[in-house]
Design a protein around this ligand. Structure first.
Ligand SMILES: Nc1ncnc2c1ncn2[C@@H]1O[C@H](COP(=O)(O)OP(=O)(O)O)[C@@H](O)[C@H]1O
Ligand SMILES: [Mg+2]
Length: 246
């Protein structure tokens, strides 16, 4: 099983930005590739990683529901769906991207969901690291039942609101159906060093507000273009060391 890192937090806190920087830093740390999973229905991890996904798991799931996926000879509808999921991986240099997308059909299509779960756990076995950029409510995580999370990163703004939200997310993790290893907060887009008190959660680090990150975002350019010496990349390096417990 690949070492699994899940990124969570409120919308707009910097989850996708941190995810992309961590994916970049994880490449080469294991002989196997890195799997980046965009689990936010408003998928934008691809933009920050400079790759364009052709389709999403949600689209494929809707296709199988609407019978648009024709099972081949001798294979069933679900098998065809599993195969299509595998084909939907976007391959890039040192990493693959899986985009979950936004399902439009009925939320409970249990057979397809089971196939998806089996696919996801099988998939994570062939990567050294699996990093998931989650949506605010972690709905995707709460539907997954069989892949454990090694480290959960809560991205929060360095304010009182951020502190309150981080604690709420910590509470939420107790109801998740899988085991969660270590949990830590990343203070994101900080304009100064802050010393905020958290109760029962450690801090992996602080990503400073970095003009260079903003400049790239304005033009929709990938974070692979960010200088390794930039304040944000340097901070992400320290954070990754804590995540991996080096
Ligand atoms: N460290 C940073 N410095 C400057 N801008 C940042 C930083 N982190 C994120 N941003 C910007 O803030 C906005 C929201 O970040 P994003 O990573 O998309 O948040 P989320 O995924 O949590 O919604 C984006 O425009 C992004 O470029
Ligand atoms: Mg995001």
């Amino acid at each position: 099983m690949g070492f699994s890192i899940a990124i969570s937090g409120k919308g707009g806190t910097g989850k996708t930005t941190l995810s992309a920087m961590l994916v970049r830093l994880l490449i080469g740390k294991s002989p196997q590739a890195v799997l980046a999973v965009d689990a936010d229905p408003n998928s934008c991890l691809g933009i920050t990683l400079g790759v364009e996904p052709e389709t999403t798991i949600a689209n494929l799931r809707d296709d199988v529901l609407k019978q648009k996926i024709e099972p081949g000879q001798g294979i069933g509808k679900l098998e065809a769906f599993g195969y299509a999921c595998q084909q939907s991986l976007t391959e890039a240099n040192g990493f693959d991207l899986l985009t979950m997308g936004r399902p439009e059909g009925p939320s409970c299509y249990c057979a397809a969901n089971n196939t998806l779960r089996a696919f996801l756990s099988q998939l994570s076995a062939s990567y050294g690291y699996v990093l998931t950029d989650n949506e605010a409510g972690m709905e995707h995580l709460s539907r997954r039942t069989n892949t454990d999370i090694n480290v959960l990163v809560i991205v929060a703004e360095p304010t009182k609101v951020g502190v309150v939200t981080a604690h709420r997310i910590l509470e939420l993790t107790k109801s998740l159906p899988m085991s969660v290893g270590r949990i830590g907060v990343v203070w994101s887009r900080s304009r100064k060093q802050v010393d905020l008190k958290l109760d029962g959660i450690s801090v992996f680090g602080t990503v400073p507000y970095d003009e260079a990150v903003f400049e790239l975002a304005v033009e929709g350019r990938s974070l692979f273009e960010l200088s390794k010496d930039s304040a944000a990349m340097k901070a992400a390096e320290g954070i990754l060391n804590r995540i991996l417990d080096n």
